[in-house]
Design a protein around this ligand. Structure first.
Ligand code: ADP
Ligand code: MG
Length: 370
């Protein structure tokens, strides 16, 4: 744990947030039956809040006396941690608060963080997740700033437009299905061959997929680069993070190396983590702390057969080698929707259908993992 918290207490003390609405509504049971006994056995102490409404987790993170806690733990999907991160970043003492380690116990329908930390086989395993929290170290993880009109907030998982956003947010009525709702809904959308107009702008860092794969394999063979401390791109004096590439309302600066195109797309998805949900390694080369965001682009007119092929490829990550798919690492990207209404999903949360720009910041938050 970061030095700021080390000298506070002997045993670890946790703030635990349980979202009874997340996933199929099993979070309370998961806490009581599986997680709580492990916390007790480990001699950990905690205080717990059941979230009662959207933004409740954000309010708690914004007002929490962070010196009393070693970490904030969510028992839900990614949405609750998204709120926690944004609550921490809004604090006047964000310069300290952004280092507070976070932990995820999977109980939502979108558990990208758990799958990415624990892998496909164990991503929904509550015991493994708890072990990672109780015995794990804090790892510095990138955080993306997202600008929209005059607002700015933060994203640690994904920012999606088109099919993936539709699947994420337009399948709420299938919540009872659990994670399967994403697959069922994606097949339906692919078969309908819907595409979505937008202007897409990005600053490429690497777009050669073979190179991306080589680099990825290379990193996989190395021990994980654990960082006890966040890198702290944050301005210490002002507790703020400066976006190098400006905000979505600024004109695009050519000297920054932007590439701009206008077309229809099936989907455009930026992500910081390889797994976006169970069975979907949509961004197989995503690195939690490379300071870049992996951008996946499915062009229009991919065809039903190729579309399904791509979708099957997503289970293993091989889809990035499909001739119709584009996959690259970028320093920033901007999506300007060409239609009046639709879905934009940021970390699985509803986001206004307005232009948005995403820029990753290196190692800004801290996540517990074995
Ligand atoms: P899932 O993966 O199932 O989507 P999330 O962790 O993303 O789970 O949470 C989904 C949403 O539930 C979030 O937007 C969160 O703010 C909201 N939420 C939290 N507590 C409640 C509650 N008591 N009732 C309804 N919604 C809630
Ligand atoms: Mg969610």
């Amino acid at each position: 744990l970061s030095h700021v918290y080390k000298d506070v207490k002997q045993g670890r003390h946790y703030k635990i947030l349980v979202n009874p609405f997340g996933g199929q509504g099993h979070a309370k049971r998961i806490w009581e039956h599986t997680a709580e006994p492990l916390f007790k056995a480990a001699g950990a102490t905690y205080d717990l809040t059941y979230t009662t409404h959207r933004y409740h987790a954000k309010e708690i993170a914004r007002d929490l006396n962070i010196r009393q806690y070693d970490a904030i733990i969510s028992i839900s999907g990614d949405g609750v941690l998204h709120e926690v991160v944004n609550g921490l970043m809004e604090r006047p003492d964000a310069v300290v608060a952004h280092k507070l380690p976070l932990g995820a116990i999977p109980a939502g329908s979108g558990n990208a963080l758990s799958f990415s930390l624990l892998g496909e086989d164990h991503g929904s395993h509550v015991g493994n997740a708890v072990l990672g929290i109780l015995k794990g170290k804090a790892m510095a993880v990138d955080l993306c700033s997202v600008t929209q009109k005059n607002s700015r907030f933060f994203s640690f998982v994904l920012q999606s437009f088109g099919l993936i956003a539709d699947v994420d947010l337009g399948s709420e009525h299938l919540r009872w299905m659990g994670e399967a709702r994403f697959t069922v809904s994606a097949v339906g959308k692919l078969l309908s061959q819907a595409s979505y107009p937008c202007e897409l702008a990005y600053i490429p860092e690497e777009s050669n997929v073979e190179k991306i794969r080589a680099e990825y394999n290379n990193r996989r063979n190395q021990p994980v680069a654990w960082a006890d401390q966040t890198h702290d791109e944050m301005d210490q004096a002002h507790a703020t993070i400066v976006d190098r590439y400006g905000s979505v309302v600024d004109p695009i600066k050519e000297s920054d190396g932007w590439v701009v195109e206008k077309d229809r797309y099936i989907t455009v998805v930026g992500a910081k983590l390889p797994w976006i949900s169970k069975g979907s390694v949509s961004h197989p080369a995503a690195q939690p702390n490379d300071g870049l965001v992996d951008l996946l682009v499915f062009p229009k007119d991919i065809g039903r057969a190729a579309g399904l092929q791509v979708m099957i490829g997503v289970e293993t990550g091989e889809h990035v080698f499909h001739e119709k798919v584009r996959y690259m690492k970028v320093k920033a990207f901007r999506v300007t929707p060409g239609a009046a209404a639709g879905y934009i999903s940021v970390d699985g949360e509803h986001t206004p259908y307005e232009p948005y720009q995403v820029e990753p910041h290196r190692g800004l938050i801290s996540v517990l993992s074995v």
